[in-house]
Design a protein around this ligand. Structure first.
Ligand SMILES: [Zn+2]
Length: 404
């Protein structure tokens, strides 16, 4: 029958007989019934010839809309007594999952739409609730994530980003080869990352190196689970530490100054933090005045600029030599923020030099940070943290940044 095959091809109703179609309140209702020869027992799987009809039930399922018209499937179901296992059960329903009130094809359609439009708009278009659309999409992401293997993970980066202003953080772990966020969790303690590292260990992932800043909790976590793996303190964070040290130096000095020196320092923040190669003539002139007026600050600036050469050293050996000399020079300045920077780099020397065996960094995570910011601004943000984490796990996919 034409309509039976239409329902099969458009709604995926295999083995169902079309009974009739109603049009009520602007919606379309297709009444269907499972064909006799397709009947099975939900308890033991016995075939139709071992089943007897014991009663009827009716359930309505949402199907794909036809344009702006809603469409439903009304199942005329049977309660069956099984001769083989003796149970009296409703027939199994092939086109819907569990207690869900929509057919599978509808779910697939929702997922497709969620890839190109905000949840809010998908919900409006389909005339269903925001929650239903979100739950369907969430389930889809969760199923996909379950199939993701950690078996070949070699290089990762760990970093945190702030969830809200103040001190609420989330930890993220990035696969540096695929660009996928492998793990995310609230907080930035060792516990935010240890369970994930244990999973890596459990699947015998060939982990070789981890890029991170010098946050002690992450260091401890990696040392605890993967003692043999190399930790790489990446350029990005170290340069930013050096910038902070120069800026603190400037502020300390500014506080104690009067007169013209103070004025020269006042407008210097920007040029001190900017890379020397990116300064224009005016800025260079300013820098010159700074040099003659305030030696220590200029010294700090030069050290910061010089440190960036570390990562372009031709070999690990050259880098070690350079770092040792740099630390000594820095300590000799006796400028407080610079001295503490030098001490910190000294105690993390191994992780700094590891860069020459594994030139990796958390840089790619910084790029992802912008995407996370967009995700955060979206209405669902943190109301459903599980959903947020799932979205993070698929952030690498070229999904348009849609709100809602
Ligand atoms: Zn049975």
């Amino acid at each position: 029958m034409a309509t039976t095959s239409f329902l099969y091809h458009t709604l995926g109703l295999r083995g169902y007989q079309h009974l009739r179609t109603d049009y009520r309140g602007g919606a379309v209702y297709h009444h269907v019934e499972l064909r006799f020869d397709r009947r099975t027992c939900r308890g033991c799987g016995a075939r139709c010839d071992e089943l007897t009809l014991e009663g009827r039930f009716e359930r309505t399922f949402r199907a794909l809309p036809v344009g702006s018209r809603r469409q439903f499937v009304v199942l005329h179901g049977h309660e069956q007594l099984c001769q083989r296992c003796g149970s009296k059960l409703r027939e199994p329903i092939a086109f819907a999952v569990g207690k869900r009130r929509h057919i599978k094809v509808f779910e697939r359609f929702v997922v497709d739409l969620c890839r190109i439009a905000p949840i809010k708009h998908v919900a409006m278009l389909l005339g269903v609730s925001w929650t239903l659309v979100k739950e369907i999409f969430k389930g889809h992401l969760r199923r996909r994530l379950r199939t993701r293997s950690l078996k070949s993970i070699r290089l990762i980066a760990i970093d945190e980003f702030s969830i809200r202003k103040g001190h609420q953080y989330m930890t993220v772990v990035l696969d540096l080869e695929s660009g996928e966020i492998l793990h995310s969790d609230e907080g930035r303690s060792a516990d935010s990352v240890i369970p994930f590292l244990r999973r890596l260990r459990a699947v015998r992932a060939p982990l070789e190196a981890v890029a991170m800043d010098m946050w002690p909790a992450y260091l401890l976590a990696v040392r605890d689970v993967f003692p043999e793996v190399e930790i790489v303190h990446d350029p990005y964070h170290v340069v930013s530490m050096a910038n902070t040290a120069v800026d603190t130096t400037r502020r300390d000095m500014y506080r104690d100054l009067r007169g013209p020196e103070r004025n020269v320092l006042k407008g210097s923040r920007f040029l001190l933090l900017r890379g020397g190669e990116r300064l224009d003539d005016d800025a260079l002139l300013h820098l010159e005045r700074l040099e003659s007026l305030n030696k220590p600050l200029f010294q700090a600036y030069l050290l910061k600029e010089d440190l960036r050469r570390f990562w372009s050293m031709p070999s690990r050996k050259a880098a070690r030599k350079f770092l040792g000399a740099w630390i000594a020079r820095c300590l000799a300045t006796r400028i407080k923020p610079m001295v503490s920077l030098a001490k910190s780099l000294r105690s993390h020397r191994r992780g700094l030099l590891a860069y020459f065996d594994f030139p990796i960094s958390t840089g790619p995570l910084e790029g992802i940070n912008n995407k996370i910011k967009v995700l955060k601004r979206q209405a669902y943000g943190f109301r459903d943290l599980d959903y947020f984490k799932l979205r993070l796990a698929f952030l690498h996919e070229a999904t348009p940044a849609f709100p809602g």
